[in-house]
Each structure stands twice: as structure tokens, then as C-alpha cells.
Design a protein around this ligand. Structure first.
Ligand SMILES: Cc1cc2nc3c(=O)[nH]c(=O)nc-3n(C[C@H](O)[C@H](O)[C@H](O)COP(=O)(O)OP(=O)(O)OC[C@H]3O[C@@H](n4cnc5c(N)ncnc54)[C@H](O)[C@@H]3O)c2cc1C
Length: 446
């Protein structure tokens, strides 16, 4: 008998799991509460081109995603582009290459050398396990000194993690530094990958491919409840009706799994809920001019309320978007922060004084169009000894599986890992089924 699996969440993890399970003859229903697939990597349209709601690019190590793009027929549009990184602290400092570091006058020469050595030393750290036992703060101070930490890293960690900044484990920052270092070309400039015209095209093509191969894609269909009977998941409730399945795979944040499944064992649910997740509000501005010549601008000034300014059209061509200059202003925050519930105009109004400070002459009238995208679960906070707390794919409820960003470790979440983890969970589900079949002395067939 063909197995029937419900997959909750049509982000890249859910799509990847549906892809892999379908290839093994499993019948999948993909439930997505939104009107489109893609989740955090989802897009909207600007002048006929797709633009991600939250800025997205690939690193050169993101091979699974690059191969998927190729398979879906968009490999010819995947470009690896040199990009510019800068740091804002009373002015814009370019920090794209080691030579830029030497010119970073915010700190003294010795500290600039320490900062540069931090990047070099990080490339030689291969064993991440000892980094589980030390916070990012303490590790950065040990590696580059207190001055460098307070002048450069502390504002960035506070800006991204807020009240959680001092809890973040060194593994997280080590992985970020290493990732960026490994995406550098021979001339030490960083190359990032982007599909010209937007990742949205790839997601649409993937959805069509999944549908053609038999995946039942249910859009605008939030799952309301996961039904558990005799210790096993037997189906889901969606649209007010019960639907029976042999297994249920959840690809949302762990807290959503807890909300949907009141029958989870209490200690397991408590452990899942104890993994903090930050929300994000991403303001996207269509401007009549460019703000600077940098693609990625980290904000290192403690009183500025946003984390980064990402000028997409300094990586991609404005002419692909009708000549517009597209700028994201990203802010990680808790869902309780009043900004999380503001209208797009209110968000922009609250940012105006800072934008005027950062970009000379900035006027509200430069903004031709405005969007604000927000999501509750966007970044798990990785604390100390996380390998002992990381949830596994298999839950204590039979036939109920979890694959989500909080399992991507020691790396940090990203589109590539969503694709890889969707496949991994599918493999584990199939292996479990084979084990069951063997222990029951039976075999399954399609
Ligand atoms: C600001 C920001 C910038 C990023 N930049 C990059 C980048 O540059 N490069 C990169 O590789 N990655 C980036 N990422 C990370 C990347 O987007 C994610 O790692 C990836 O998309 C996660 O996919 P996912 O499927 O695991 O989760 P999600 O995308 O969160 O998917 C979960 C899905 O579940 C759905 N859902 C929730 N509840 C229900 C329910 N009850 N019923 C049905 N559906 C439900 C949600 O609507 C969502 O579609 C970024 C993320 C953010 C937030």
C-alpha cells in the first residue's frame, strides 16, 4: 500500500521533503497556510521580476541549492557576483577585503590587525565542539581582544540578538565568519550567488514540478491540529475536516508543532518551547536613487534600531526592476516588540531619523513604494551546549516527524540547509519504515 504523508509547511524544507518522499513512491500532501510556497524564502513581484520578501543570496558552499536551481532549468541565470560589505559606525566603512580592514579607522592599528587575524585564525578552527562551551562574547574577546569586541562585535550581536546577545554560543559566530571567508575568491572579494530575476522563479518551477509528480499542494490551508491516537500520529485537521495519514512531518518552528499537538509529552514540548526564536521585520523600499555603493551594510551603532541595510540593486541590476533602487532594512526583534505590529508607514517613520543620519540628505520623498514583511519565527537562538538540546527528526509520538531551522547545527539556517534537511528527514522516515516492515516480518509495496 502506498504510504500517505502530510507535510506541514511549504517552505523549502517542506518542498524538499515532498520532493524526496515522492521520488521514493510516497504520496504527499503539502499544507501551506500562505497563498504561495517558499516560506521565508518566498517572494513578491516588483515590475515583473520576483523579489524575495526577506533578502536572499547563496554562498559558494551552497551546492545543494545550486544543483536544484540547475535541475529546475535556472542554472543559466545563477550568477556569482562580487559584492561589497560595509559597516556603519558614524560613517560607512567598507569591510570587503583584508585591505579594507587595515583602513578601518574606528579602531587603532593594533586592533585592526587583531580583527584581521580573527578572520584568519577562524579559517583554521575545524573542531566546533569546544566552541559550544563558550559564548560568542567570551570567544571574540579571547580571539581579538576587548577593544575589538566592544567596538565591532558587541553592537552587531546586540543588534541581531537583542537581550539574547550574551547567550549566543561561539559556534554561531565561528560558523558565520568561516562561511564568509570560504565564499571569497582569489582576490579575497566575496562572491555571492543570485538567480537573476529572483529565486521566486525557481520556487514556482519547483511547485509545478512537484504538482506534476503527484504532490497534492494545499495552499492557504493552515493545519489546525495534529491528531494523535494510541501514541501515534494518525492525521491532521485542516479546513475544519480530519484527513488521515500514515505519517505527519512538521517543517515549521518547534513551538508551532507544540501548538498543533497538545498530546506531545510535556517535557518534550517544554524543551522545544525553550529554544528561543527571533522574529524579523523587513522593510523594503523602492527608491528613486541609490543610498550608497555597498550591498550589505551592517549597522554597528547601538542606538540605531535596525540590524542591516541591504541594497539589493547594488548586487543586481536596477534595470531588472524598472530602474528602481531596492533597499531592505532588516530588524530582528521579539514578537512582543511594538515594531512587530506597526504598519509599514509607522516602521518607516520610526526609522527616518536614523536613515537621515546614515545617508546624507535622505528624504521621505525618495521612497516611491514601500512594503513591510514580517514573520514570527525567523532565527533560532543557538545557546551553549546546543548539540545536547537540538531536537531530532523523530519525535516521541510515533509517525510524527520534525524538520526545521532549529536542527541546522553547527551551521546556521539557510536555503541550502532547508533543501538538505528536507532530504535527510525523508531518508530517515523511509529507513524507519523499512525497520518497521522488517520487525513486522512484512514488506511494503507501492
Ligand atoms: C531576514 C532573513 C534573511 C535570510 N537570508 C538568507 C540568505 O541570504 N540566504 C539563505 O540561504 N537563507 C536566508 N535566510 C534563511 C532561509 O530563508 C531559511 O533558512 C529557509 O527559507 C527556511 O525554510 P524552512 O522551510 O525550514 O522554514 P520556513 O520558510 O519558515 O517554512 C515554514 C512554512 O510553514 C508554514 N506554516 C506555519 N504554520 C503552518 C500551519 N499551521 N499549517 C501550514 N503551514 C504552516 C509557513 O507559512 C512557512 O511557509 C534568511 C531568512 C531571513 C528571515
Amino acid at each position: 500500500m502506498t504510504k500517505q504523508v502530510a507535510i506541514i509547511g511549504g517552505g523549502l524544507t517542506g518542498m524538499s521533503a515532498a520532493d524526496a518522499l515522492t521520488a521514493r513512491g510516497v504520496r504527499c500532501t503539502l499544507y501551506e497556510r500562505e497563498a504561495t510556497l517558499g516560506g521565508l524564502a518566498g517572494s513578491f513581484q516588483v515590475d515583473g521580476a520576483w523579489l524575495e520578501r526577506f533578502y536572499h543570496h547563496l554562498f559558494t558552499s551552497d551546492t545543494a541549492m545550486a544543483e536544484l536551481i540547475e535541475r529546475l532549468g535556472y542554472g543559466h541565470l545563477l550568477e556569482w557576483l562580487p559584492t561589497s560589505n560595509s559597516y556603519y559606525a558614524g560613517g560607512i566603512y567598507r569591510l570587503s577585503t583584508p585591505f579594507d580592514l587595515l583602513r578601518f579607522k574606528r579602531i587603532g592599528l593594533l586592533d585592526r590587525i587583531r580583527l584581521g587575524l580573527l578572520y584568519v585564525k577562524t579559517m583554521f578552527v575545524n573542531d566546533w565542539r569546544p566552541l559550544e562551551e563558550i559564548t560568542a562574547r567570551d570567544w571574540l574577546i579571547r580571539m581579538a581582544g576587548a577593544n575589538v569586541y566592544h567596538a565591532v562585535w558587541e553592537p552587531l550581536l546586540r543588534s541581531k540578538f537583542g537581550a539574547y546577545a550574551d547567550q549566543v554560543a561561539a559556534v554561531w559566530i565561528w560558523n558565520k565568519l568561516k562561511l564568509r571567508g570560504s565564499s571569497r575568491g582569489k582576490k579575497q572579494e566575496e562572491r555571492l550567488g543570485y538567480v537573476r530575476g529572483g529565486f521566486g522563479q525557481v520556487i514556482v518551477a519547483w511547485e509545478q514540478d512537484l504538482r506534476k509528480r503527484g504532490v497534492d499542494v494545499q495552499l492557504e490551508t493552515p493545519v489546525e491540529h495534529i491528531v494523535v491516537k494510541d501514541g501515534g500520529a494518525v492525521g491532521v485537521e485542516a479546513g475544519g475536516a480530519f484527513h488521515a495519514y500514515d505519517a505527519v512531518l512538521v517543517t515549521t518552528a518547534p513551538s508551532i508543532l507544540c501548538d498543533l499537538t497538545p498530546d506531545l509529552p510535556g517535557d518534550y514540548a517544554d524543551a522545544l518551547r525553550a529554544i528561543p526564536y527571533l522574529a524579523n521585520v523587513c522593510l523594503v523600499m523602492r527608491l528613486d536613487r541609490s543610498l550608497s555603493n555597498t550591498y550589505w551594510l551592517n549597522v554597528g551603532e547601538p542606538d540605531i534600531p535596525f540590524t542591516g541595510v541591504i541594497e539589493h540593486t547594488n548586487m543586481q541590476r536596477p534595470e531588472d526592476y524598472g530602474g528602481a533602487h531596492l533597499v531592505y532594512i532588516s530588524r530582528y526583534l521579539t514578537a512582543e516588540d511594538p515594531v512587530f505590529s506597526m504598519t509599514k508607514e509607522q516602521v518607516l517613520d520610526s526609522y527616518l531619523p536614523y536613515l537621515q543620519r546614515m545617508f546624507r540628505g535622505f528624504e521621505r520623498s525618495w521612497v516611491q513604494e514601500l512594503w513591510a514583511w514580517r514573520e514570527r519565527y525567523t532565527q533560532p537562538v543557538i545557546g551553549l551546549h546546543y548539540s545536547q538540546r537540538k531536537p531530532s527528526f523523530q519525535t516521541p509520538v510515533g509517525g510524527l516527524w520534525l524538520s526545521c531551522m532549529a536542527q541546522v547545527y553547527p551551521e546556521d539556517r539557510g536555503m541550502n540547509y532547508a533543501v538538505v534537511f528536507g532530504r535527510k528527514v525523508a531518508e530517515e522516515m523511509m529507513a524507519d519504515e523499512r525497520r518497521d516492515a522488517t520487525s513486522n516480518g512484512s514488506t511494503t509495496s507501492d
